[in-house]
Design a binder for this molecule. Structure first.
Ligand SMILES: C[S@@+](CC[C@H](N)C(=O)[O-])C[C@H]1O[C@@H](n2cnc3c(N)ncnc32)[C@H](O)[C@@H]1O
Length: 352
């Protein structure tokens, strides 16, 4: 077979970058965990000794970490002063938790995928699932922190206003369910924004509900908010004005059953908001950097989570609007539309 050297070199170049990123993932986690990015963004330009001193870490390790970060283009190096620094753009992405483009928390998520790999490889053989409750704990806090960036900057500002008449109800006092709420980040953002409304967060994973309750208590928000262990098919009926699913419907074994349950527990003029990873309807239209991340996460997290539950529909994280519409209509909703989108999320509205 004839080898095209240009194509081979181009592919090797791509693989070099990807292998560097894969090995560098643990360095991102270390930088986040030990506060190295934050200290450098705050105090730079710094030598390795200054950064080690500022973070109570050991200079020799920090020197090697900084060299790897500079080679990755995550920090900058000035050979004259032997100092490292971060540009405002690097700091926004890696060091500033409140920035709209913060990605510094991804290390925990990546760690969970590697730690759980033996279970996933075994599941490939057996076809069985791996439930959310069987995962490494860093998956839960990693998910909460990683998704927080989008929710904090889009949920109250853009997503809720894109739904028909929902803001007026929330301002007047509405009853809201956040199903598959995880650590309750989305729920708490809504509680803070709408002081007259009452919120209920549900998740089938008891560890996540414990964490969500602790978060609510630390934020002093427990008065208009409660978190309860319930699956998407068992949460109590309260005539909800709004039922939300944040990045979780596709993780459920029976998303049709869950939406059918919403249909039965929602007010007759209520709204169901389904936030899902952004995806086009055809695989070939998702072959891009965002689709790459989501298909990978779907393979090792979402698909096994769904296959571990009853029905095991395994929608996957790249189901797309058309497939999600089918599910909502099958569950008994009559109206369904894309309310808005970001490069990372589809915000879908289903109404009776
Ligand atoms: C990717 S996480 C998203 C968590 C949270 N909504 C967020 O955006 O941070 C998926 C969540 O769905 C929950 N989940 C999966 N299947 C469920 C089910 N059948 N009923 C309720 N929650 C479920 C998991 O426990 C997990 O917390």
């Amino acid at each position: 077979m004839k080898i095209d050297t240009d194509k081979l070199n181009a592919f090797m170049g791509k693989m070099l970058v990807d292998v560097g990123a894969a090995i560098g993932a643990s360095l991102m986690l270390i930088g986040d965990k030990l506060g190295l990015y934050k200290a450098l963004a705050r105090g730079g330009p710094m030598t390795s000794a200054e950064l080690a001193n500022a973070t109570s870490t050991t200079e020799r390790y920090v020197r090697e970490w900084l060299a790897a970060q500079a080679a990755a283009g995550y920090v900058n190096y000035d050979s004259h002063s032997a100092k490292f620094s971060m540009s405002p753009e690097q700091a926004m992405v890696l060091a500033d938790e409140e920035s709209p483009v913060f990605m510094g928390a991804v290390g925990d998520l990546v760690a969970a995928t590697i730690l759980d790999e033996p279970k996933i490889s075994q599941a490939f053989r057996t076809g069985k699932g791996v439930g959310w409750n069987e995962r490494s704990t860093c998956l839960f806090c990693g998910t909460a922190r990683f998704f927080r960036t989008s929710y904090k900057h889009h949920l109250v500002q853009e997503w809720l206003p894109a739904l028909e008449g929902v803001i007026a109800k929330l301002e007047a006092g509405a009853v809201v369910a956040d199903v598959g709420c995880g650590h309750g980040i989305s729920t708490m953002l809504m509680v803070q924004a709408f002081p007259k409304s009452r919120f209920y967060g549900f998740d089938y994973h008891d560890g996540s509900i414990v964490a969500a309750r602790q978060n609510a208590e630390s934020a002093g928000l427990q008065d208009r908010l409660s978190f309860e262990v319930h699956s998407g098919k068992t949460f109590p009926s309260r005539g909800y004005d709004l039922v939300c699913f944040f990045d979780c419907l596709h993780d459920m074994g029976d998303p049709v059953g869950a939406l059918r349950h919403v249909r039965q527990t929602i007010a007759s003029d209520g709204t169901c908001m389904i936030v899902e990873p952004f995806a086009n309807d055809q695989l070939e239209d998702n072959l891009n950097p965002v689709g790459r991340i989501y298909y990978a996460a779907s393979t090792v997290v979402c698909t096994p989570a769904s296959l571990a539950q009853e029905v095991g529909l395994a929608l996957g994280a790249q189901a797309g609007e058309a497939r999600l519409r089918e599910i909502a209509l099958q569950a008994g909703f009559n109206c369904f539309r894309r309310a808005t989108e970001t490069p990372f999320n589809l915000i879908l509205e289903a109404r009776p």
